[in-house]
Design a protein around this ligand. Structure first.
Ligand SMILES: [Zn+2]
Length: 200
């Protein structure tokens, strides 16, 4: 009787422990999902890691990796095919040199872009500073499918050096991770905007 009671107490403790662990895991998963859904390319603006944070995690899947092209799933979706083709060429060339290159944020819906604007306002607490880092949905190249953010840091710097060969150009001086198909492959990239504030 005593032994049985003791055993059932032990089982109960184990069960409680298991439930606790499950709760923690679920909480973490929930937090991750929240972060992943939002994305904040500018979060890396002051750090050492380009494209760090939400958007990078969200795009662990490689561009074009998703066989079923449903909007919002996989970075290839919604992107200009020519931009994507150029990126794939650049990625292969980088890989041949041992440098990883991946899309950390590609196409965004207008709603997602608006969310980024609001997050930036909270983050910077200043309209002026926000406008340097994020564009409104109506002028965002991401919403138009005409821009990609790339990472990791080493890959972004590789593309800064070699992008023009593939017709991929960094278009904002303050965003080493942001690229558009802004030149003919092998051509010369246009002068960069200092930041995004011209688009407001
Ligand atoms: Zn961008």
């Amino acid at each position: 009787m005593t032994e049985s009671t003791s055993r059932s107490r032990t089982s109960l403790s184990s069960l409680v422990l298991v439930l606790f662990v499950v709760a923690v895991v679920l909480a973490l998963a929930g937090a991750t999902t929240t972060v992943l859904g939002v994305g904040a390319p500018w979060s890396s603006g002051r750090g050492s890691t380009v494209g760090e944070g939400a958007t990078e995690q969200r795009t662990a899947a490689e561009p074009g990796a998703s066989g079923t092209a449903r909007p919002g799933e996989g970075e290839a979706d919604g992107l200009d095919p020519e931009l994507l083709r150029r990126f794939e060429e650049a990625r292969a060339a980088a890989a041949a040199e041992g440098v990883e290159l991946r899309v950390t944020s590609g196409w965004r819906s207008a709603a997602e872009q608006q969310e980024l604007v609001e997050r930036a306002l909270e983050r910077y607490g200043s309209v002026e500073e926000t406008h340097r880092w994020v564009l409104p949905p109506e002028s965002s190249e991401h919403v138009a499918g005409a821009a990609i953010d790339v990472g990791p840091t080493e890959g972004a710097y590789w593309l800064q050096q070699h992008g023009a060969r593939f017709g991929l150009c960094q278009t904002y001086a303050n965003e080493v991770w942001h690229y558009e198909a802004a030149a003919e492959p092998g051509g010369t990239c246009p002068p960069q905007h200092a930041d995004a504030s011209h688009g407001w």
